[in-house]
Write a protein that binds this ligand. Structure first.
Ligand code: ADP
Length: 637
């Protein structure tokens, strides 16, 4: 067993139970799992990224992380800041420059010193002020008395005193200007700083100088006091994290690059018409390690020079979406649940059965045989919703029932939409799930990432005036054409019908926005063959699959969600590509409702889907023999 599995510490593991859902963990609730202290040890999976972060922290290198959202990029960046030495932290002060008020001076001192310096300055200023007011009141009293005595005119006395007061107020301003602005204060910082500059505008990223509405006349704030640090300065000696790096505007990316190169960056007012734009400080230290992140297309839109800067002086790493399902990983996932519960602080601990249900969900969400999902932000969401439900009901523990309810509640918008849609169609009796119809096939499609939908396809073949055309409604025209093209090679061989002089109409019934149709080619082909040969199709069958020119059924995405959608619609047989057989991870409730038929050739599809015995048998036989020949002669593709 891996010694770095925090969950294993002090917890018994039964060898003979290695294959159970918790990877053999012998415990009653998630409260029995100890959570490691260091953030870097809390990271699940992503071993490669984790190694790089450990290495990069030691060498102070930049890192670029590419991968799906919620896989731990910002978590790793934060973990890196905990690994950097705290001793190097600095405070940064900005001083008034007596030679040029618009060019404040910058001074760097060890962490903790900054506060002392400012305090000393304040104390001194206070003393000076006290001395001044004391003197002032004496003078006022003297003048007042003198005027009363000599001139016997109280009004003149008061005017004289006011004049003296204003004169003093004006001159005493000089002492405020002496107090430096503590731009960066690391006195209480326990680890090197971690600054998240994702989506930051220029001022927040690079620093800013506030506008001063009273630019003169004794009311103005001295310019050094209006200087504000940017994320790059706050990240000095620590980590600057920028997610979605490509969304940062090009000018900011350029300036970021300069900052990385120089290790320091002057602060100036970012809005051009503000009085802050006249101010520019001496260079302010910004010696940070950069962790840039994004998804794959982030790299395309990223400033190439910035990317090569990171690449040349650091590492690039790709984040995994899934990981192999092993007992060790399951134990780590159990620890993940404990981590999320602890992080939230208010959720009741999870029971064994609840943790098992979450791990089952991790298998399902991986969408890949023998893998677990690593999109853990979402899985953490499930943990929190389940825990919240248990908490709302004052339960001592979060149990399996709450996890199941949470799964239902935390459905994506697409899933809710798809369910709503199925319900509505069932209400209006628009679903056809029994009997047989010529030219109509229950196809299956996915919406979003995680929801399936039944999408019926209808085909009609009619003689054409000119050369035959494929006419399809809606956005799926291209897919329809491609599918018909693929199937036409096959049809030509077994059928007397010449489809080159026929119009083939294809209708995707109620196809709507967001439906992906690339997996509809088996459906389209089946509908066309049915229409052409006038053989009806069983409506209790739904299907998905991609078709090659030689009639092979190729794998598609989202089979689990598609099968579940078919089951919800009342269909009882689902045809899927054989190559997808291992991806099926449907919920238990659906297992008894549908029969899943894996196929690898269009003839098998027709065998299952066509009704009417004699015609069907002859057609399937013809298809088999013909495509068999096509295979031998290799005249396809
Ligand atoms: P990203 O930056 O990749 O979008 P985050 O690092 O912000 O993702 O992840 C969000 C949350 O999800 C984390 O705070 C943590 O709770 C959980 N999480 C994500 N990935 C992992 C992981 N690999 N190990 C442990 N927890 C994770």
């Amino acid at each position: 067993l891996g010694s770095d599995v925090g969950a294993d510490a002090g917890v018994e593991i039964a060898d003979d139970e290695e294959d159970n859902l918790l990877g053999g963990l012998q415990l009653d609730t998630s409260a029995d799992i100890s959570v490691p202290d260091r953030l870097v040890d809390q990271v699940i999976g992503q071993d490669h990224a984790r190694d790089i972060i450990l290495k990069a922290a030691k060498q102070r290198r930049h890192v670029m992380m590419i991968g799906s959202p919620g896989t731990g990029k910002s978590m790793l960046a934060k973990a890196m800041s905990q690994l950097l030495p705290r001793e190097e932290l600095q405070d940064i002060l900005v001083y008034h420059n007596p030679d040029d008020g618009n060019e404040p001076k910058v001074r760097t001192v060890p962490a903790g010193k900054g506060e002392q310096i400012v305090d000393a300055h304040k104390e001194e200023a206070q003393k000076r002020n006290q001395m001044r007011s004391f003197l002032m009141w004496i003078i006022i009293a003297v003048i007042f008395g003198y005027t009363l005595l000599i001139l016997q005119n109280p009004v003149m006395g008061i005017i004289a005193a006011a004049l003296v007061y204003i004169a003093f107020k004006y001159t005493s301003r000089g002492s405020d200007a002496m107090i430096p602005n503590l731009l960066i204060n690391n006195a209480d910082q326990q680890t090197a700083p971690f600054e998240d500059a994702t989506g930051a505008h220029a001022g927040a990223l690079l620093g800013d100088v506030r506008h001063d509405p009273f630019q003169s006349g004794g009311m103005e704030t001295p310019s050094h006091d209006r200087v504000e640090a940017g994320a790059i300065h706050k990240a000095n000696k620590g980590v600057l994290f920028v997610d979605e790096i490509n969304t940062l505007d090009i000018r900011s990316q350029q300036k970021l690059m300069t900052a990385i190169q120089e290790g320091k960056f002057s602060i100036t007012g970012q809005s051009e018409r503000s009085s802050g734009a006249m101010v520019q400080t001496e260079p302010v230290p910004c010696d940070f390690v950069m962790v840039a992140a994004g998804n794959l297309d982030a790299m395309e839109n990223m400033h190439p020079a910035l990317r090569s800067r990171i690449k040349g002086y650091g590492y690039e790493v790709y984040m995994d979406d899934t990981i192999e399902d092993t007992p060790e990983m399951r134990r780590k996932l159990a620890r993940f649940i404990a981590q999320e519960v602890e992080k939230d602080g208010r959720l009741p601990a999870f029971t064994r059965e609840a943790m098992q249900e979450v791990i089952l969900e991790a298998q399902r969400r991986a969408g890949r045989k023998d893998h677990l999902t690593l999109e853990l932000r979402n899985l953490g969401g499930l943990v929190r919703v389940a825990g919240d439900i248990a908490r709302a009901e004052d339960k001592e523990f979060t149990d399996r029932a709450e996890v199941l309810e949470a799964k239902d509640r935390s459905r994506s918008i697409e899933q809710q939409l798809a369910d709503n849609y199925i319900e509505r169609r069932n209400d209006y009796d628009m679903t056809v799930n029994q009997g047989d119809v010529v030219g109509r096939v229950n196809g299956l499609a996915v919406m979003g990432d995680d929801s399936g939908i039944v999408m019926p396809v209808m085909a009609e073949v009619a003689p054409s005036q000119g050369p035959g055309e494929v006419i399809a409604t809606g956005k799926l025209q291209e897919i329809a054409q491609e599918s018909v093209q693929n199937v036409s090679a096959i049809i030509k061989k077994f059928s007397d019908e010449d489809i080159s002089n026929k119009d083939i109409h294809i209708q995707f019934v109620q196809a709507h926005e967001g439906v992906e149709g690339d997996s509809a080619s088996v459906t389209v082909a089946t509908a066309v063959i049915s229409a052409l040969e006038n053989i009806p199709i069983e409506q209790n069958v739904a299907m998905t699959g991609s078709l090659s020119v030689r009639g092979d059924v190729l794998p598609v995405g989202g089979v689990t969600h598609k099968i579940e959608a078919a089951a919800k619609t009342g269909v009882d047989t689902v045809i899927i590509p054989k190559a997808n057989e291992q991806d099926v991870m449907i919920e238990d409730e659906f297992k008894d409702q549908v029969e899943i038929v894996p196929v690898s050739h269009i003839s098998e599809v027709l065998e299952v889907a066509l009704a009417g015995e004699p015609e069907k048998d002859s057609l399937v036989d013809r298809l088999r023999s013909i495509t068999g020949k096509a295979l031998e002669s290799g005249e396809t593709q």
